[in-house]
Design a protein around this ligand. Structure first.
Ligand code: GLY
Ligand code: MN
Ligand code: MN
Length: 440
C-alpha cells in the first residue's frame, strides 16, 4: 500500500503543482500560500473547537493534524512546508513529518505561530494567501483571491488516482462501521448505543467524522438532519435510517442505509424499491450525463415507486409536475464529494467561475453540472413521511390523489434514504460504497 501510495502521491503532487502554476499565471500572483488554519476558540473561554485543517492544505499534503502550519508554492521551486511543532508540555504536539511525501517538500520546523508567519513571502511579492479569516493569524492578511479559488475549486472536481485511493479507504471504514451499526440496531440498541458502535468500529471520535452522523430509529427517519441521539432504546425497532461517513487522510465518504425491523415486510418492500431505483441512478453516473437531469429523472422513477406501493393514484408525470414527489423526496439527488463531504464547485460554470442555476422548483439540489471522468458524486434518493410537507400537500388539489390512510400507516417508519458515493469514469461507474460493503 505504501509503495503504491508513494507513486500515486508523486503523480498527485505534480498535478496539484501544475494546477497551482496555472492558477497563479492566470491571476498574476507569484506565490500560492496555504494555511492549515487554527482551531476556533469558544466564546469567553479557554477551550477550542476541534481543529479541521483547511481543505486546500489537505489537497497538497496527507496532514490532518497540523494547526498553524503553511504550504508555500512558488512556480519552478520545490514546495515548502512551514511546519509548526510548538514546544509544549500541555498538549500532544504534531508528530515530526515522516512518510512518503516528506522528500518532496522543503520543510522548515518552527516553534510558534509567529515564527511560521515570518517564513511566508512578503505581501509585496504578490502572494495569493488562502487562509481562514477566523481565527485571525497575527501578521498575515489572507486575500483568498476569488479568481484563484475559482480555478482551484474547478479542478478539484477531477480526482487524481491518489485521491480515489483515499476515498476507497474512507468508504471501507464507513462500510465497516455501518455493518456494526446495523448489528447494534438488530440487537435493540438506543440511537446513542448505535452511534457508539459505529464510532468504535470506525475507530474514531465524533470530531473526526466528515459530518454529524444521522442515526434515526422509527419516525425519527422523517427528520432529514436528525443529529440528536436518544439515550434510551424505543420499545420497538420498526425501522432504522443511518447516514454516516468516515474520513481517510482528509477524504470523506458519505453513506446512508435504511433497514426494516424484523417482520416489517411492507416497509422492507418499499426499501427494496427505493434501492432498485437508487442502483439504477448510480448506473447513470457516466461522462456527459447532466446531473440535474438525473435528479429530475429520479423524481419520475420515485413517482412510479409511490404509485406502485399505493401512496398516490396519479401518473408519474403529473406527480412530478404538481410537486407531489417533492413532498416525499424534498432534497437533492446528491452532491460532489471529496476533501469536503459537500465538495466545492457543484454549481460552477467553468474554471473562471460563474454559476449554473438549479432547475426551477428544485431549491435543494447541490450539483448542476454535467458529469465528467474523475468526478465523485453521491447518489442519495429518499422517500419520507414528513408531517409538515404532507399537511401542505393535503391542502392542495393534488392531495385528492393521495391515499392518506396508506401514508398514515407509514409515518411510524419515518423515511428511507439510500446513499452511495460513485466515481464517474471513462466507462462503467465505480461505486465506492457498494465495493466497500462487498469487501467486508
Ligand atoms: N450526510 C449529508 C448528506 O448526505 O449530504
Ligand atoms: Mn450526501
Ligand atoms: Mn449522507
Amino acid at each position: 500500500m505504501i509503495d503504491r501510495l508513494s507513486s500515486l502521491y508523486l503523480h498527485h503532487l505534480a498535478v496539484v503543482r501544475e494546477r497551482a502554476d496555472r492558477a497563479l499565471a492566470a491571476t498574476e500572483h507569484e506565490h500560492l500560500v496555504i494555511a492549515a488554519g487554527l482551531p476556533p476558540r469558544k466564546f469567553l473561554d479557554d477551550q477550542d473547537y476541534p481543529f479541521v485543517a483547511s481543505p486546500h492544505f489537505r489537497h497538497w499534503l496527507p496532514l490532518t493534524d497540523a494547526p498553524g502550519s503553511w504550504i508555500v508554492h512558488t512556480p519552478g521551486q520545490r514546495p515548502r512546508l512551514v511546519f509548526l511543532q510548538p514546544r509544549d508540555y500541555w498538549h500532544v504536539v504534531p508528530e515530526a513529518p515522516r512518510g512518503y511525501w516528506v522528500e518532496h517538500f522543503d520543510i522548515t520546523v518552527v516553534r510558534t505561530v509567529e515564527e511560521a508567519v515570518a517564513q511566508l513571502p512578503a505581501p509585496s511579492s504578490r502572494p495569493a494567501v488562502i487562509a481562514p479569516t477566523q481565527p485571525a493569524l497575527a501578521g498575515v492578511e489572507p486575500n483568498n483571491p476569488q479568481d484563484v479559488l475559482d480555478y482551484l475549486h474547478w479542478h478539484r472536481s477531477y480526482k487524481t488516482p491518489y485521491e480515489l485511493a483515499w476515498m476507497r479507504e474512507a468508504s471501507r471504514i464507513g462500510a465497516r462501521a455501518h455493518r456494526a451499526a446495523e448489528q447494534a440496531f438488530r440487537a435493540g440498541a438506543s440511537e446513542l448505543g448505535i452511534h457508539q458502535a459505529y464510532l468504535a468500529a470506525a475507530g474514531v471520535i465524533d470530531a473526526e467524522l466528515p459530518y454529524a452522523s444521522i442515526v434515526a430509529l422509527n419516525q425519527h427517519g422523517a427528520v432529514l438532519h436528525y443529529t440528536h441521539f436518544d439515550r434510551t432504546a424505543p420499545d420497538y425497532h420498526r425501522s432504522f435510517l443511518i447516514d454516516a461517513g468516515a474520513n481517510a487522510t482528509g477524504y470523506a465518504s458519505d453513506i446512508t442505509r435504511t433497514y426494516a425491523g424484523h417482520g416489517e415486510d411492507e416497509f422492507q418492500s418499499l426499501v427494496d424499491s427505493v434501492e432498485a431505483a437508487q442502483l439504477s441512478f448510480a448506473a447513470k453516473v457516466r461522462a456527459g450525463q447532466s446531473y440535474p437531469e438525473l435528479h429530475i429523472h429520479a423524481h419520475h422513477v420515485l413517482a412510479g415507486v409511490l404509485r406502485e406501493h399505493g401512496f398516490i393514484r396519479m401518473d408519474a408525470e403529473s406527480a412530478v409536475e404538481t410537486g407531489v414527489t417533492a413532498a416525499f423526496f424534498p432534497h437533492g439527488l446528491g452532491h460532489p464529494i471529496g476533501l469536503q463531504v459537500h465538495d466545492v464547485a457543484g454549481f460552477q460554470r467553468g474554471e473562471r467561475g460563474g454559476s449554473i442555476p438549479r432547475p426551477a422548483g428544485h431549491p435543494y439540489l447541490r450539483m448542476t453540472r454535467n458529469l465528467e471522468p474523475g468526478m465523485v458524486v453521491t447518489i442519495e434518493p429518499g422517500l419520507y413521511f414528513i408531517d409538515m410537507l404532507l399537511e401542505e400537500l393535503r391542502g392542495r388539489p393534488a392531495g385528492k390523489d393521495v391515499d392518506w390512510n396508506r401514508v398514515e400507516a407509514f409515518k411510524p417508519y419515518g423515511g428511507i434514504r439510500i446513499e452511495d458515493d460513485v466515481v464517474c469514469t471513462d466507462a462503467e461507474p465505480e461505486n465506492l460504497t457498494r465495493d466497500a460493503f462487498a469487501q467486508l
